[in-house]
Design a protein around this ligand. Structure first.
Ligand code: PLP
Length: 377
């Protein structure tokens, strides 16, 4: 039996199960995003995001350009430079932020790195410095196990890329100062727009400190030393896609219908449990994440552990290609910089029954490729 929906990509992710282009017919297309009709939609996107994610009332939520990357770079370019920085990475996206901080902003940061499958020792991090990290490493399937290690009374700011975590994991807002995500991940929205969530302390930093590097208009969050409040009320810096906004609103509505954040977490956990059970029954496959406490419930990365496999990348590619050709699973090859294997998205927009249907196909593709190895040996 084929999965009803073979879309297991880690971004853009599967759209909500009730998705239909007709649902977007309420988008105010061909109208100014600054007209009341557009602004109301943008404001609603911010307000519903706040409700579903449980963001405190005194935190600002802004819709910003250039997806999660735009939101993260905006946070780093605006906030960093006032105090020492620590930057943590355990996979490719976190490593990308190191390039920004060390090579572009040229900050003398303390860099903490862990290999794919592992996580840095968070207890060693000095949170009186500004700390930049990725909550869920999308390309390794390793996430922060919980936020308690981040002191509530820290001196530094935490800048957190939560793009594959938001809407699937509990984010402790009192421990996060600048949090970012994009619509194209857990809610299966469209690309192009990012969300930037700022704590009161992050706003205080913005209003009391001006970095000594240039800030292009697309990054500017303050004017005359004051926060541009409009950005956090739906007055975007430049023109957003109202079609993408409508799609995000529909996805939020669906999220509400499955029980909000709690329901989304339960769906992602149930999805991941299907894989965990399968890995438990098959000795040739396992999570890439070593410590169960750090295992992602969205971007689940797996490795083939059969000793007969000599060229891991070729083997995993062949499995992924075979599954795609059968219309069983699209886009499940490991990320290009990650160790060979597969990556199967388990966020809430994926139906558990589709993962259950996928598992026997993984066995089939594995066995077929192992036979191929024997024949070509
Ligand atoms: C952890 C993480 N950060 C950043 C990005 C980049 O996101 P975007 O393409 O939405 O800017 C991704 C996308 O996969 C990601 O997983």
């Amino acid at each position: 039996m084929l999965p009803d929906n073979p879309r297991f990509s880690s971004g853009p992710c599967a759209k909500p199960p009730n998705f239909n282009l007709e649902n977007l017919s309420g988008a105010p297309l061909g109208r100014s995003h600054r007209a009341a009709v557009g602004k109301d939609k943008l404001r609603e996107a911010i307000e519903v995001t706040r409700v579903i994610l449980g963001v405190p009332d005194d935190y600002r939520i802004g819709i910003v350009p250039a997806s999660d990357t735009g939101a993260m770079e905006m946070a780093m370019w605006n906030l960093l430079g006032q105090r020492p920085v620590e930057i943590l990475a355990w996979e490719s996206f976190g490593a990308g932020w190191i390039t920004d901080v060390v090579e572009q902003l040229k900050l003398d940061a303390t860099v903490r790195l862990a290999d794919y499958g592992q996580i840095v020792d968070l207890s060693k991090v000095d949170f009186d410095k500004d700390v930049v990290f990725t909550w869920n490493g999308t390309t390794s399937g390793v996430r922060v196990p919980n936020g308690e290690v981040i002191p509530v009374d820290r001196q530094g700011l935490t800048i957190c890329d939560a793009t594959s975590a938001a809407f699937a994991m509990n984010l402790p807002w009192d421990r996060l100062d600048a949090t970012t995500f994009s619509w194209q991940k857990v809610l299966g929205g469209e690309a192009a727009h990012g969300m930037l969530i700022l704590s009161p302390r992050a706003v205080e930093r913005l209003e009391s400190y001006t970095p000594d590097w240039p800030l292009p208009k697309i990054f500017r969050l303050t004017k005359g030393g004051k926060l541009i409040e409009g950005i956090f009320e739906g007055a975007t810096i430049n023109t957003p896609s109202m079609l993408a906004v409508e799609d995000y609103l529909q996805a939020l509505k669906w999220a509400g219908s499955v029980g909000g954040l709690k329901g989304l977490i339960a769906r992602a956990d149930a999805n991941t449990a299907v894989l965990e059970t399968f890995f438990g029954q098959n000795s040739w496959i396992d999570f890439l994440a070593e410590d169960p406490a750090t295992r992602s419930n969205t971007s689940v990365c797996l490795k083939f552990t059969d000793p007969r496999i000599k060229d891991g990348a070729a083997f995993a590619n062949a499995v992924a290609k075979r599954l795609e050709a059968e219309q069983v699973a699209f886009d499940i090859g490991a990320y290009r910089d990650a160790p060979p294997g597969l990556r199967i998205w388990c966020g809430g927009t994926v139906e558990t029954a589709d993962l259950e249907a996928l598992m026997p196909w993984i066995s089939w593709a594995f066995e077929t490729e192992i036979e191929n190895l024997a024949q070509t040996a």
